[in-house]
Every structure is written in structure tokens, then in C-alpha cells.
Ligand binder design. Structure first.
Ligand SMILES: [Zn+2]
Length: 155
């Protein structure tokens, strides 16, 4: 505890000021939470930092039920609905992005048929993809056969 030289009260914390806005004071001045509360953080009891459970903070939206282990707090239907909405319903941002994507697609949609060159390129691209898929499966088949052989030789 310290005694504040300005107001004379006993305080956990005091501070001595030597200047204000760069101007040196004629003599140093004390201040404490009592006479200058704005210059000190509010004292917080550690118990004030407790984490409040939703049903403690918002008791009106919960009801007490009992199971074999004792009381349990059950959220009301409106709380459950809000929770479900927050997970399942798209947000305003998502709706906006979706609408913008649809608008973009509509304004840039292709309306003329593909030329024979474009058809040929598309078929070649599809062949390439099919070839890659086939190669991938062949590789996976070889690896699984090898794994079977190793596990049989171990046992
Ligand atoms: Zn004071």
C-alpha cells in the first residue's frame, strides 16, 4: 500500500507525474486510482476472468433436465435452431458470392457450337485424362500386389 500525495488515500498503486504534455510540472504530482481513475486500469479480481458457460450467461434460453448423472442444461429450441442455422444456412457473404458467380457465368456463357478443331482438342484432352487414370490404377495395382507378396513372405 502507498499513500497518494495528492488525495491522501491509500492505494495499491500510485504514480508520480513529472510532466504533462511535455511541460515539466513545477513539482511532481502523485495520482492514484481514487483521484485519477481514468489513468489506471480497473482492478480485476482473478475470479472476474472466469469463463462463463453459455447457460450461465444466457440462462433464460436453457432448461434444466436430469439424467442418471444429475442435472444437465439443455438449450431451448430457439438456441438449437440458431445453432443449426449458423452451420447450415449460407451467410450473406456466401449468397452474394454465389449470385455473383451465377451472373458471371450468365454473362460469359458460350452460345456458339464448338468448331471441329475444338471438338478434336477436347477429345484429345479426354484421352490424355483417361490415360492418366489408367496409369494411376495400374500403378496402384502393382503396389498392392507387391504389398501382398511382402506380407505373405513375412508370415
Ligand atoms: Zn490520489
Amino acid at each position: 500500500m502507498a499513500i497518494c500525495g495528492t488525495c491522501g488515500s491509500e492505494a495499491l498503486k500510485t504514480r508520480t507525474i513529472f510532466e504533462v504534455n511535455g511541460q515539466k510540472l513545477p513539482e511532481p504530482k502523485d495520482e492514484c486510482p481514487n483521484c485519477a481513475p481514468d489513468h489506471f486500469e480497473r482492478f480485476q479480481d482473478p475470479s472476474e476472468k472466469k469463463i462463463w458457460m453459455s447457460w450461465e450467461k444466457d440462462a433464460a434460453h436453457y432448461r434444466r433436465e436430469y439424467d442418471k448423472d444429475g442435472p444437465i442444461m439443455m438449450p431451448s429450441d430457439s438456441v438449437l435452431q440458431d445453432l443449426q442455422d449458423s452451420v447450415c444456412k449460407p451467410s450473406g457473404e456466401e449468397l452474394q458470392a454465389g449470385a455473383a458467380a451465377i451472373e458471371e457465368k450468365r454473362s460469359n456463357r458460350r452460345t456458339t457450337p464448338m468448331s471441329s478443331d475444338e471438338v478434336l482438342m477436347a477429345i484429345n484432352k479426354a484421352r490424355e485424362i483417361a490415360f492418366d487414370i489408367e496409369a494411376y490404377h495400374a500403378q496402384a495395382e502393382r503396389e498392392s500386389r507387391l504389398a501382398r507378396e511382402i506380407s505373405q513372405s513375412v508370415n
